[in-house]
Write a protein that binds this ligand. Structure first.
Ligand SMILES: [Zn+2]
Length: 103
């Protein structure tokens, strides 16, 4: 017996909600200065409940080989990775033109 997604009515393994959610998210990536002048890359705007932010952060951390946390719903990665984060997010199915990179 397979579970059915309450939103799109498809079995969970065929569910398209996350894919659709990713295409609709407007994401902002910015680099901020933290304690001791260290730079962090903050990814904000991922608000859709269909997207697993924790899982996304894990994947970003392993791709970039850096540390990271979730702060107030935003993904915060250690170091300046803005351009690479954008590229990786597009590989994950987010729309390139919906991702803004701010200095
Ligand atoms: Zn679904």
């Amino acid at each position: 017996m397979s579970e059915v997604c309450p939103k799109c009515g498809l079995p969970k393994d065929l569910c398209v909600c996350e894919t659709i959610a990713k295409e609709e998210q407007k994401i902002e990536i910015k680099t901020v200065k933290r304690k001791f002048g260290k730079l962090s890359t903050v990814v904000s705007g991922i608000t859709d409940k269909n997207i697993n932010v924790k899982d996304l952060m894990k994947k970003l951390k392993s791709k970039l080989a850096c540390g990271g946390t979730i702060k107030e719903g935003n993904i915060e990665l250690q170091g300046n990775h803005a351009q690479r984060v954008k590229k990786i997010l597009t590989e994950f199915g987010f729309q390139s033109n919906a991702i803004k990179v701010k200095g």
